[in-house]
Design a protein around this ligand. Structure first.
Ligand code: GTP
Ligand code: MG
Length: 208
């Protein structure tokens, strides 16, 4: 007999931040480089084993495109958990995430467990360690004729991709703490942080 508790979880966030990809990684340990946008919503289930119990997530993966916004309440109504996703390379997606959190805190179940996930972490990570001799691009002479305003110099071999990052970790963490959210940075592509995200949510679901 299946004694696992069912937990309704909804994913929300701007289009293309990687909601469906996070679910695909969690449910099938897979990734698709050209995942098609979700239409309406998708439903998937996945068990989540904790030390003392097993939960069965019933996951509603919503569509981020604005034309589907009005459907969202159907999916977050009665949800016990929500993952609000943004893209660490897109500052505007954090603003959208904040507006989803506000909507959830106003309209959803008051006991809902909300996690904020900064996805696409792989895009801001280095593929190899940074070189200690990496050149500095700071220049005191503002009129330097060789400087090209608005253009980033080519990254030296082994440098990080931190220039792609638009949302600093500590800024998102501070917001999450203030709004009482769990917070993770994730990569659906590499899998980093994904199991941790769903496991930490599961631990916060009250046993009744
Ligand atoms: P909607 O369904 O339209 O709301 O989008 P979504 O939030 O479900 O995004 P989706 O999972 O479809 O991902 C959008 C694109 O980003 C796809 O091409 C994915 O392959 C890519 N993507 C998703 N997650 C990651 C990630 O962690 N890293 C990288 N590099 N690409 C990702
Ligand atoms: Mg999707």
């Amino acid at each position: 007999q299946d004694k696992s508790v069912q937990v309704k979880l909804v994913l929300l966030g701007e289009a293309a931040v990687g909601k469906s990809s996070l679910v695909l990684r969690f449910v099938s340990n897979d990734f698709q480089a050209n995942k098609e946008p979700t239409i309406g919503a998708a439903f998937l289930t996945q068990k989540c084993r904790l030390e003392d119990r097993t939960l069965r997530y019933e996951i509603w993966d919503t569509a981020g495109q604005e034309r589907f916004h009005s459907l969202a309440p159907m999916y977050y109504r009665n949800a016990q958990a929500a993952v609000v996703v943004y893209d660490v390379t897109k500052a505007a997606s954090l603003e959208k995430a904040k507006s989803w959190v506000k909507e959830l805190q106003r309209q959803a179940n008051p006991n809902i467990v909300i996690a904020l996930a900064g996805n696409k972490l792989d895009l801001v990570q280095s593929s190899s360690p940074p070189t200690p001799t990496s050149p500095s691009f700071e220049d005191d002479e503002a009129d330097d004729a060789t400087a090209t305003p608005g253009e980033t110099p080519d990254s030296p071999e082994g440098s990080t991709n931190e220039t792609l990052r638009q949302v600093p970790t500590d800024e998102a963490q501070a917001y999450a703490t203030e709004a009482s959210l769990l917070f993770f940075e994730t990569s659906a592509k590499t899998g980093e942080g994904v199991v941790e995200l769903f496991t930490e949510i599961a631990k916060k679901i009250p046993i009744d």
